[in-house]
Design a protein around this ligand. Structure first.
Ligand code: IMP
Ligand code: MG
Length: 187
């Protein structure tokens, strides 16, 4: 169990390390089952930066042929495409998406704006299939409907950090997912 005295900005642990590992293994099993007979290899596309910890854990349980790539959603920068108020930095190194079954790996699905833009973009590039895997889901805040193929844990409308998720680039290294004390962002 995490000792919260080390993390005074966290008001409580929402998802423990043990729960996260069980969830990762359960999702990996679902992914392995889904792609067991696939004709084309899997390309796991992590959305930077929040997905990196989840991605690193998840990929170690994948048994079907696969490779990884990353994209970044940002509100500024060059080499971007936009939909609505979301801009994508085109960081994909892979140029022949037709050769892959694409699996987008995300930390959390919140309003859905970012992911609906990313999924639309990847489909337009002709991937064999495009599916979505998200560790967390905050359904109360959804503005755009985004179908989830592999879902970790549905959470209430609280601002969470840890296991890759940040507030102002902080707290990504926490091994659990915790609720950030509102005094941190209200002060
Ligand atoms: P949306 O679904 O387009 O609203 O954006 C989702 C992105 O917002 C995620 O990839 C996270 O980077 C960020 N985000 C949403 N909710 C949280 C949270 O509770 N903690 C940390 N980041 C969050
Ligand atoms: Mg993110």
């Amino acid at each position: 169990m995490a000792d919260l005295h080390q993390f005074p900005d966290i008001s409580r642990v929402l998802i423990s390390e043990e729960q996260l590992q069980q969830t990762v293994q359960r999702i990996a099993q679902e992914i392995n089952d889904t792609y067991a007979d696939a004709k084309k290899p899997l390309l796991m596309v992590g959305i930077l930066k929040g997905s990196v910890v989840f991605m690193a854990d998840l990929m170690r349980y994948i048994t079907v042929p696969m490779s990884i790539d990353f994209m970044q959603a940002s509100s500024y920068g060059s080499n971007t495409v936009s939909c609505g108020n979301v801009n994508l930095r085109l960081d994909l190194k892979c140029t022949n998406l037709q050769a892959f079954n694409v699996l987008v790996v995300e930390d959390i699905l919140d309003s859905g704006n970012t992911l609906s833009c990313i999924l639309k973009y990847l489909k337009s590039k002709g991937a064999q299939s495009v599916r979505l895997c998200t560790l967390l889901n905050k359904p109360d805040r959804r503005k755009v409907d985004v179908p989830i193929d592999f879902e970790g844990i549905s959470i209430p409308d609280e601002f969470v950090v840890g296991y890759g998720l940040d507030y102002n680039e902080q707290y990504r290294q926490l091994p659990f997912i915790g609720i950030l004390d509102p005094r941190v962002y209200n002060s």
